[in-house]
Design a protein around this ligand. Structure first.
Ligand code: M6R
Length: 600
């Protein structure tokens, strides 16, 4: 996730762009840059680091002009350094372009461009676009942009400028957000409304497939065949704080609702007709060991079941805080997968170092390019964008999605899956963003149940096999943001002790999804009911049996049982959020916690 901005008017573009970028910093902040037109070509300023670093660069080397574009980066392709910071340009620096999204087929296009003699300066996927514009430019920027877009596949919000058209910005959207601000004789574009709220409250939403042209004459909206589209602007009534949260009350809720898009990003370019393609080579291994902390550990736990079931390979999991104190006898044939959203968790970093010391192959699954862990080990990125809420939500589902791909790929390479099974899993993965979106649409059902149980003091989350880590995650979400006592338990373990706790004061939340452990879990549900606990069940909407146990149901769409944990966790995230909000807790910054734990 990155943020883009654009300005055309009479003000000094660099200061308007800087203001906008500061308001988009929540979308990424590993590098930033801008380009303006001043009648003498394209003037650029860019650097690694936060917007404050760019501000310092601009103080010593100001750039002047009234038309410009800017970018704050959350690296996906290429390290966060000065060169990879946007804007990017063509061979002769006649064009500048900023991009939020991922170009899936950039490698093949880059190869062709290199053969044709184009000179590349960065490791980014984005840089191919200004080079394509360079080829197609014939005095009209939007025309060249549209022709370039016909060649690329992926997601984007793009803004471009050309030295020969100093009073024009051309932009386009496909799968990444883009809005236009309309002021008096001035125009803005941005990934999100807060970027231009200090200047105007009149906005226009750009839809997928559309191209926008900003000139002093106004805003022109075009479809991909350059046909004009009419759209009326609307007035933004949110205050600035609300606007940053996209109209949601808290970042956590916004991040929960971003999950369909996040999963699309995690999958982008990785699903192929006959399998899975990952950006890095995974060394051959005979055993896999997963590790992480907190929510990342819960993702690692599910990863273990996936490696066992999809790749038929021995898999183990350990908390990263325990990893280095065990005698694990790792070897070259062991792949250690370290899962960490931030890439900075001290225990997980220490586990990575220990695994390397023992000679194991190490792979990191992380959200942050350039983080400490990503510098220690080859990394696969979850591409969830920046997560502001301390409670991990969208980064968790993106970790799960990526671990599933990893296990599926291992299964394919070991011929542990038939081609029929592979096709079925690919089909289900393609449907996943839509299934997540359908699940989240049922927020009002969760709201009703949250209201009923918000004042209760003890929750017990129960699940077996792949749903056991989901039970742990559901309980963790509730305790960390609502300060209610909650336990996650392997449902089969109940009768070995915890059942003694159960009485009418306990709320049990059981994961009764159709799977090989369904009937056993239902027996555990009966045990809970027999002891008068209140009961909430998570089940498929096609399951007509569950309503005989309780009226408190979170119903989710059907998918393969190995994938259903990714859907099952969603109502549990919402339940924790809604209870926390109802109790008036500080949802985004719960007490005693930090987003990343860099001490052991
Ligand atoms: O950045 P990491 O994924 O390594 O962080 C690990 C845990 O600290 C983190 O998942 C924590 O448990 C979250 N607050 C859970 O919501």
């Amino acid at each position: 996730m990155c943020g883009i901005v654009g300005y055309l008017g009479e003000k000094e573009a660099s200061s308007v762009l800087l203001e906008g970028l500061k308001r988009l910093e929540y979308r990424g902040y590993d590098s930033a840059g801008m380009a303006v037109l001043n009648g003498n070509g394209v003037a650029k300023a860019k650097c690694a680091g936060k917007i404050a670093a760019l501000e310092t660069v601009l103080l010593s080397q100001p750039i002047h002009g009234h038309t410009g574009i800017g970018h704050t980066r959350w690296a996906t392709h290429g390290r966060p350094n000065d060169e990879n910071a946007h804007p990017h340009s063509d061979c002769k620096n006649r064009f500048a372009l900023v991009h939020n999204g991922i170009i899936e087929n950039y490698l093949e296009i880059k190869e062709k461009l290199l053969k044709a003699g184009h000179h590349f300066r960065t490791e980014t996927d984005t840089e191919i676009i200004p080079h394509l514009i360079e080829i197609y430019y014939n005095g009209n920027l939007e025309e060249a942009l549209i022709r370039s877009l016909h060649e690329i596949r992926g997601s984007y919000a793009i803004a471009a400028i050309a030295e020969d058209e100093p009073q024009k910005i051309a932009a386009a959207r496909m799968g990444s957000p883009l809005v236009i601000g309309i002021g008096k004789g001035e125009y803005f574009l941005a990934s999100d409304i807060p970027a231009f709220l200090p200047f105007t409250r009149d906005a226009l939403i750009v839809e997928d497939g559309e191209v926008i042209v900003l000139t002093p004459e106004g805003v022109k909206l075009l479809d991909s065949h350059q046909k004009k589209i009419e759209r009326t602007s609307f007035r933004v009534l949110w205050d600035t704080a609300m606007a940053e949260k996209g109209g949601y009350k808290h970042f956590m809720l916004k991040e929960i609702h971003e999950q369909p898009d996040v999963i699309s990003e995690t999958l982008a370019g990785r699903l192929k007709p006959n399998g899975i393609s990952l950006e890095i080579e995974i060394p051959k291994f005979e055993r896999v060991f997963l590790t992480g902390a907190g929510t990342a550990y819960h993702a690692a736990m599910i990863g273990k079941y996936w490696f066992e079931n999809l790749a038929k390979i021995p898999a183990e999991v350990e908390l990263s805080s325990e990893f280095r104190y065990r005698n694990l006898h790792l070897s070259k044939k062991t792949l250690v997968v370290a899962v960490s959203q931030s890439g900075e968790t001290a225990d997980t970093l220490a586990a990575v170092r220990e695994a390397k010391k023992q000679g194991a192959s190490v792979l990191a699954v992380t959200n942050v390019m350039g983080s400490s862990i990503s510098r220690e080990a080859p990394s696969l990125y979850t591409r969830a964008g920046i997560e502001i809420g301390v409670a991990a939500t969208k980064t968790y589902v993106s970790q799960l999605t990526l671990l599933f791909l990893l296990a599926l790929k291992a299964g394919l390479e070991r011929e542990a899956l038939s081609s029929e099974e592979m096709k079925m899993f690919l089909k289900e993965l393609y449907r996943l963003p839509e299934l997540v979106s359908l699940t989240l649409k049922k927020e009002s059902d969760v709201k009703h149940i949250a209201k009923l149980f918000a004042s209760r003091k003890d929750f017990l989350y129960l699940g077996r096999h792949v749903y056991y880590p989901i039970a742990l995650e559901g309980a963790l979400k509730l305790k960390e943001i609502s300060y209610i006592h909650a336990e996650g338990y392997a449902a089969g373990e109940m009768k070995h002790g915890p059942i003694a706790l159960i009485d009418e004061n306990v709320v049990a939340v059981a994961l009764t999804l159709k799977s090989p452990v369904y009937e056993k879990t239902i027996s555990n549900v009966e045990e809970v009911l027999a002891r008068d606990a209140s009961l909430i069940l998570v089940a498929e909407e096609t399951n007509k049996q569950v309503s005989k146990y309780t009226n408190h149901l979170f119903l989710i769409p059907e998918t393969h049982w190995l994938l259903s944990p990714i859907l099952a966790v969603l109502p549990l995230q919402l339940l924790a959020y809604l209870i926390s909000d109802k109790k008036g807790c500080d949802v985004d910054q719960p007490r005693n916690l930090a987003k990343s734990v860099t001490v052991e």
